[in-house]
Design a protein. Structure first.
Length: 455
């Protein structure tokens, strides 16, 4: 199957081929003809499936072939792509440029945290395709810098993430600014009730596409858990990187503070590392990402939100320095490797505190992750679980409404309080190693699903 056979025009096929892709991925095979047909689309696809080209290519073709609906002299935009994070928005817009290089269509990316004036200036020149995060888009609209009244195609990319980040109200506000008649494409990795409600209100008789079973982890990814004591994780990570001569490692951490500290300590160990998270300036994030991509930087330490949409071809290693407290994030994290058919390795450093998180993850992906103890890093069989700190000190929620499912900062929680949702307490059910450790400290068990998580 070739891109041309999917109905794409010669100049798009040329751009894709020059970019190195000859065979469409499964999502592209389904999405491209569906979008070219002009109808709405509901697509279940994770990052790594090739979903971006799956909507960008047919979107470009439709804009190239259809007459614009904007009145003469108007600077209204023709297509709007909403994305949850700056990184994803920037990467999607890069794809628009790459695949649209032989078209006359113009594009711009719009996100907060950087000066608004260059964005206003770009829009004044007249732009066809805007890729935006919702908050800054609304700011620009309020300043009358963008005209959304003639949008022909709307894409919500990673819609589940946008809802997680509290963008639902912003999205609804944006929808009110768009013309009633338009083509709508919604991409989401997961389908919560909230997503279904949004899809019902947004989409008109959509084509349904789902690639890679929901919540399944890509077959191409080798997963491993290294049980280890919490205070040995850093040494173990340095050991793994040096021993295996890893060069491009994306390390995930729950907190920004932890990410900064880990990057510092790795540098002290002689491993080049930088942290990337929401408190860093856009310039610092872009620099870290480009150094990582070019190979100058061995390790990028990222929080879940900052890492969304990081698009690096064939990223070989993902390390979960700690396990995410929301099991779906594990799937997103390890989805950074083993992309579009390449193989990858995802290892998780798991201490006794995280036993319940590990169980949640294994339940979600419906498989047990192989455990491997690294000699010299055997976990202490008598270790007791301690509460997990979910947030950096002084944390402020990201996104306009914040990640509403993550609850308030947790610094300490006594066993008596137990744990519900984001504030849940210590797992009480033995060691991830299966060493049969039993906590005798009393208190309720924090295992299972804990309740209170709103996803
Ligand atoms: P995405 O799911 O859009 O984030 O894309 C995942 C990765 O797959 C990106 O690095 C793309 O550049 C790459 N990719 C997209 N389409 C193809 C294709 N047809 N063949 C090989 N790789 C692709």
């Amino acid at each position: 199957m070739s891109f041309a056979a999917l109905g794409l025009s010669e100049n798009l096929v040329r751009a894709v081929t020059e970019h190195g892709y000859n065979t469409p991925t499964p999502i592209q095979m389904q999405a491209i003809p569906a979008v070219l047909g002009g109808g709405d689309l509901l697509a279940g696809a994770q990052t790594g499936t090739g979903k971006t080209a799956g909507f960008v290519l047919p979107l470009l073709q439709r804009l190239m072939t259809l007459p614009s609906k904007r009145p003469a002299g108007s600077k209204a935009i023709r297509a709007l792509i909403l994305a949850p994070t700056r990184e994803l928005a920037a990467q999607v817009e890069e794809s628009v440029r790459t695949y649209g290089k032989y078209s006359k269509l113009s594009s711009a990316v719009i996100f907060g945290g950087v000066g608004i004036n260059p964005q206003i200036a770009a829009l004044r020149r007249g732009i066809d395709i805007v890729v935006a995060t919702p908050g800054r888009l609304l700011d620009l609209h309020q300043q009358r810098a963008i005209d959304l009244a003639h949008v022909e195609i709307l894409v919500l990319d990673e819609a589940d993430r946008m809802l997680d980040m509290g963008f639902i109200h912003d999205i609804k506000r944006v929808l009110k600014l768009l013309p009633v008649k338009r083509q709508n494409l919604l991409f989401s990795a997961t389908f919560s009730d909230e997503i279904k409600t949004l899809a019902d209100s947004l989409l008109d008789n959509p084509a349904l596409i789902e690639v890679a079973r929901r919540n399944s982890t890509a077959e191409a990814i080798t997963q491993k858990v290294h049980p280890v004591d919490r205070d040995k994780k850093r040494q173990l990570l340095s050991h793994l990187i040096k021993q295996n001569d890893w060069h491009q490692v994306l390390v995930f951490m729950r907190t920004k503070h932890g990410a900064n500290r880990l990057a510092e300590l790795l540098n002290k160990d002689g491993i080049t590392a930088l942290a990337i998270h929401g408190n860093k300036s856009q310039g610092a994030r872009t620099k870290a990402l480009s150094e990582f991509k070019s190979g100058d930087l061995a390790v990028l330490v990222a929080t879940d939100i900052a890492a969304r949409g990081i698009d690096i071809d064939q990223l070989p290693h993902v390390v979960n320095y700690d396990l995410p407290n929301v099991a779906e994030d594990y799937v997103h994290r390890i989805g950074r490797t083993g992309r579009a058919g390449a193989s990858g390795e995802a290892v998780s450093l798991v201490c006794i505190d995280e036993a319940a998180y590990l169980r949640d993850i294994e339940r979600l992906i419906k498989r047990e992750i192989p455990k491997e103890i690294i000699p010299g890093f055997e976990p202490d069989p008598n270790a007791r679980p301690e509460p997990i700190q979910l947030r950096s000190p002084g944390h402020r929620p990201q996104g306009r409404g914040g990640r509403n499912n993550r609850g308030a900062a947790q610094t300490k929680s006594s066993p008596k309080q137990g744990g519900t949702g984001a504030n849940r307490s210590v797992p009480r059910q033995g060691h991830p190693l299966g060493t049969g450790h039993n906590n005798t400290g009393g208190g309720r068990r924090g295992g299972g699903n804990g309740g209170g998580r709103s996803r």
